[in-house]
Structure formats: C-alpha cells, structure tokens
Design a protein around this ligand. Structure first.
Ligand code: DX5
Ligand code: ZN
Length: 220
C-alpha cells in the first residue's frame, strides 16, 4: 500500500488546524512535519510547541522529519509534543545508535534520512533497527524544488535490501513528488510519498492526493 504524507511546510501556517483537517478529509493518514534549525539547513520552521498544539487538533500520524544538527537533544521534547515517528539525518553528526535508542525508548517509530550527496549504503548497518529509510530527492531546506531522478537507485537499493532481509522497512521519498514523479518513485520501491507543494499548493487537496495515488498505481 502506498501512503501519502503531505508536508506541512507548504501549508498556510496561520491556519494549521484547518490545513491538517483538509488533508485528513482528502485521504491522508500521515502528516509530514519538517523541523529545521537554521544550521543543518538554511531555513527555520517550528518547534515542539507548534506540534503539541496541532496534536490536540488532529489524529493524523505525525511523521516528524528532523533537519537538525543535534537530533538527540530534541527527541524527548518532540516525543512529548506528540510525534509518532522521528526521522533524523545520517549527516547530522549525531551519535546514531544513541539517537535510535532514544527514539525507540520514547515509544516512537524511527527513521533515518540521507541527503542527495550521501550514499544510501551508509544506512545499511542501521537498517535492521529502522522502521523507515528516507531518500531525499531534493536538497533539504525548502519546498517546491525539482525532483532528482538520479536518487532513484538509492530507493531501489533500499527496496532490494528490505526484500532480501524480509524487513517491513518503509521507504520514503521527499522532495518534488507530484502526480508525475510519484510513478517513478513507486516503481523504484518507495511506499511513503511526501508531497508538500503538490498537495498544499492545490485548491482541492483530496484531488491532489488522489492524483498522486493514481499515478502511483493505486485504485482510488
Ligand atoms: C524539504 C522538506 C520537504 C518539503 C517537500 O527539505 O524535507 O518535506 O516540504 O516539499 P515539496 O513536496 O514541495 O518538494
Ligand atoms: Zn521533509
């Protein structure tokens, strides 16, 4: 089953409750929350208090994407705020094992992400412990960028690994996903598609979500 995770980064931040309700009504089960610290990426978004306020307003699964230099410090605040899953970057410089352990002990699902310049094979030692691997298909930091098809071999590699090792690993792609690029991502093995501008930039979010799912081969 293919899942769409609309990225709140492209939503109207003055009406987050309605934006979340809109994508939930449109068929999304996940909400992708991009947390940026102005250091790991040249952009700043929101912290745990925003997540906690939104947690009270929606039942969507909170898929939190940490673009932070110090993910370990922020695991507990975001877990308390209501994250369901935390994905952190291989390139963050964190103690990876400690960060995975902290996320798991907080009772959350755990993911790891790689930027476009990083080989997916660096994740291999950690894959058996992960619920999700995230392949960035743009440079992290901003919505609305162009999908990088040259990242697809990483998705294929992860998908092969999951099959070979019979692991229920979610494979997420993030960046430039729309009703055209989703098809290639899913063919390569992705099953969680983050879409920011393609969903929140559309007048009818449900229609946008269904268009992406249809292009991914789902009957909707
Ligand atoms: C970028 C973020 C993405 C972003 C995707 O650093 O990680 O989640 O919102 O936006 P689109 O779908 O517009 O490329
Ligand atoms: Zn993201």
């Amino acid at each position: 089953m293919i899942q769409i995770a609309p990225s709140l980064l492209s939503a109207d931040f003055s009406r987050l409750e309605q934006e979340a309700a809109d994508v939930a009504a449109g068929g999304a089960n996940l909400l992708h929350l991009d947390v940026m610290d102005g250091h790991f990426v040249p952009n700043i978004t929101f912290g745990p208090c925003v997540v906690s306020s939104l947690r009270a307003k929606t039942r969507l699964f909170f898929d939190v994407h940490f673009m932070l230099c110090d993910p370990l410090t922020y695991v507990t605040p975001f877990a308390k705020a209501g994250a369901d899953m935390i994905t952190f970057h291989y390139e963050s410089g964190a103690d990876i094992q400690k960060t995975i352990d902290a996320i798991k002990s907080a009772g959350l699902k755990v993911g790891m992400a790689v930027k476009p310049g990083t080989d997916a094979a660096v994740l291999e030692p950690f894959l058996p412990q992960l619920d999700m691997a995230l392949v960035m298909t743009v440079e992290p930091g901003f919505g609305g960028q162009r999908f990088m098809p040259q990242m697809l071999p990483k998705v294929e590699y992860l998908s092969r690994w999951a099959k070979k090792n019979r692991r229920p690993l979610w494979i997420q792609v993030d960046g430039g996903i729309d009703a055209v690029t989703a098809k290639a991502a899913v063919c390569a093995g992705a099953d969680v598609l983050v879409a920011g501008s393609a969903v929140f930039g559309a007048e009818d979010r449900g229609q946008a979500i269904r268009a992406i799912l249809r292009s991914a081969g789902e009957a909707v």
